[in-house]
Design a protein around this ligand. Structure first.
Ligand code: NDP
Length: 330
């Protein structure tokens, strides 16, 4: 493909203001890498919203093609692990931040960042999972490794109607946990119950300043929100429980105290999706492909065209997106 379509973020270096628009590029515009991929599908994550709207300095090189997740087909490769025709996926690795990203018909990346499309998922389904679903699986694996079991007690999920939260609710419920879902959206209660939430908690209940210790409510948590909500959750985790901290949709700060850690022995498990070793990525994706209920995956997913990316980025920042958005790139 000589010419291809991409979304490009540029920045006026004098004013530091960024602009976003479609551009026609050639393969000479791409950055170094040993595998060329025709991008079939991508998705909009919260991080893509941050990048496109410029809310936080996610983009660290201009011009930048945003988009942190891709599913595509290899068109050329000098990497021994991949050959033309291979179906592949990529999450993270600075793609869409420091390396030209996924909202483009072509990408040139390092083969080390790619893994084969997991058996049992097609490209669109893999992008319905995307970084959000993959991170929720990493969080579930971290809670399990810590010893939080379905019999330990309920597990709470924050930002539950968002992408990561929807997956956390589904994966926990299908693994046998009792799930309490925190949401600010009253009209999404039925959706969350359909994914497996046993109890719904209004976001406002966890919005005030956190006490050092509060009544024990949960054995574990998957948190997409951070800030005061995470501080409240930490104060309510039972003895030796754990919180998988994944996100910052409600803020970067963490106004907590040492009390839950030294008096209840709770653990805060940091979850990073961007730079996981290949074996961890493959194991998490294989489990996603095996465990996910296709009906629930479909219920969480909305397909949008390439031309809808910028509006969707604004919607995700406004907390209006339910579940996951798949972008038809081809
Ligand atoms: P979404 O926008 O889809 O979901 C975020 C959800 O958080 C919203 O839907 C909303 O849920 C809730 N929320 C938004 N604003 C606030 C607020 N001010 N206070 C409380 N709750 C709020 O984003 P994603 O699911 O894609 O990502 C969620 C978070 O996880 C982001 O911060 C993202 O950066 C992070 N993330 C981190 C990764 C990692 O590697 N650690 C990987 C992927 C994502 P509701 O309406 O139900 O209340």
């Amino acid at each position: 493909m000589e010419n291809f379509r991409a979304l490009l973020i540029t920045r006026d270096e004098a004013t530091k203001k960024q602009s976003v628009g479609e551009a026609v590029l050639t393969s000479a515009d791409l950055m170094d890498g040993d595998v060329d991929v025709r991008v079939d599908y991508s998705t909009i994550n919260y991080k893509d919203g941050l990048a496109i709207t410029g809310t936080l300095p996610v983009v660290r090189r201009f011009p930048m093609i945003p988009g942190v997740d891709l599913a595509g087909t290899v068109t050329a490769s000098s990497n021994p692990g991949f050959k033309p025709g291979d179906k592949v996926i990529l999450n993270g690795w600075g793609v869409g931040e420091v390396h030209l990203g996924a909202f483009s018909q072509m990408a040139r990346v390092k083969g080390d960042w790619l893994i084969p499309l997991p058996a049992g998922l097609d490209g669109a389904e893999a992008m319905a999972v995307g970084t959000a679903g993959y991170t929720a699986m990493l969080a579930l694996i971290a809670l399990e490794a810590h010893g939080v079991k379905p019999s330990s007690g309920p597990v709470v999920v924050t930002g539950a109607a968002g992408g990561l939260g929807s997956f956390a609710v589904t994966l926990l419920a299908d693994a046998g946990y009792t799930v309490h879902a925190v949401t600010g959206r009253a009209h999404e209660h039925d959706y969350l119950r359909g994914l497996g939430a046993g109890e719904i908690i209004d976001r406002a209940e966890l919005a005030g300043p956190a006490k050092p210790l509060a009544k024990e409510r949960w054995a574990g948590a998957i948190d997409a929100v951070g800030g005061t909500m995470l501080a409240n959750i930490i104060s309510m985790i039972g003895y030796h429980g754990a919180v998988a901290a994944c996100g910052n949709a409600g803020g970067m700060e963490l106004p907590t105290s040492v009390a839950p850690f030294i008096l209840r022995g709770i653990s805060l498990l940091g979850i990073d999706s961007v730079r996981q070793p290949k074996a961890v990525r493959i194991a998490a994706w294989d489990r996603l492909a095996k465990d996910l209920d296709p009906k629930k995956l479909a219920a969480m997913t909305t397909r949008i065209p390439f031309s809808g990316i910028v509006n969707a980025a604004h919607d995700i920042m406004a907390g209006k997106v339910r579940g996951r958005l798949v972008v038809d790139i081809g």
